[in-house]
Design a protein around this ligand. Structure first.
Ligand SMILES: [Zn+2]
Length: 264
């Protein structure tokens, strides 16, 4: 955790400080060593929020793009269960930064819990993530939108766990240590829009600055329902055209044969 309550005030860790966990209210100790990034730890026990993921510099980098007051926000569901959202904006959007793997069931529960959620997923943890995505880039076909592409058979290019998400999933392929932009593909972040259509998905290329600005100003990142609708219509039309082509070729070939054999 980056935030604990010290005399009731949300406070980042600093050496020697003690505070209280905003979720369970137990005592927390500021851990300010050299091995791991500075954080708050529960005294003598594991984190009380089962959804909590050990924070990496990647998490911290992302959270710090947003005001501290929005970070590590307590959320409570109707049954009183409490969770810490990585970032919750005053406009009601929740950002969850996911570095490690997540079970599909837990992913679904979190999506249901937060509702207006965007996943930001590290694509730098597994060695295979980026090469798979680079292969996808070669298969991208254009959509009615400049920055949105359509991809067929997405299961070949994305980790399966993210493919049936009900909310947008944004992949960040830049590693935590990257100082220089390694490639244009890694500089951008890639938004997998929710919902597949006829085994296709829509993928939007977004700049980091656009993302931060949209989230910070409370604008919606994109009208993904409209985008999906138009992409789906395009795929449907293409499929109908392919079928018509195929039928025409088939009829032509049958006629051709008839003509050949008929005359003979
Ligand atoms: Zn706690």
């Amino acid at each position: 955790m980056h935030i604990a309550l010290v005399n009731g005030v949300r406070t980042p860790p600093s050496p020697g400080l003690r505070g209280h966990c905003p979720v369970c209210e137990n005592e927390t100790i500021a851990k300010c060593g050299e091995q791991r990034i500075w954080h708050w730890a529960h005294r003598g026990k594991l984190h009380c929020d089962p959804w909590w993921e050990r924070e990496t510099t990647w998490h911290r980098h992302w959270k710090n793009l947003f005001p501290e007051a929005w970070q590590e926000q307590l959320s409570r569901d109707p049954s009183g269960q409490k969770h810490i959202a990585d970032v919750r904006t005053p406009f009601g959007t929740v950002l969850e930064f996911q570095y490690s793997a997540i079970a599909p069931e837990e992913r679904r529960i979190r999506e249901g819990f937060y509702g207006n959620l965007l996943w930001i997923v590290s694509g730098a943890r597994l060695k295979t993530d980026f090469p798979r995505f680079e292969a996808a880039l070669k298969r991208f076909t254009p959509s009615p939108y400049k920055d949105v592409s359509i991809l067929r058979f997405p299961e070949e290019y994305f980790r399966k766990a993210w493919l049936d998400s009900s909310v947008p999933v944004i992949f960040d392929f830049r590693g935590v240590d990257a100082i220089l932009p390694a490639s244009k593909t890694k500089e951008l972040i890639w938004c997998l829009l929710p919902r597949q259509f006829q085994r296709h998905v829509a993928v939007a290329a977004i700049t980091r600055s656009y993302f931060v600005e949209a989230i910070t100003s409370g604008h919606s990142l994109m009208d993904h329902l409209e985008i999906l609708e138009r992409c789906e219509a395009l795929v449907r039309k293409q499929r109908q055209r392919d079928e018509a082509d195929w039928n025409a070729r088939f009829i032509a070939s049958v006629r051709g044969k008839r003509g050949y054999y008929g005359r003979g």
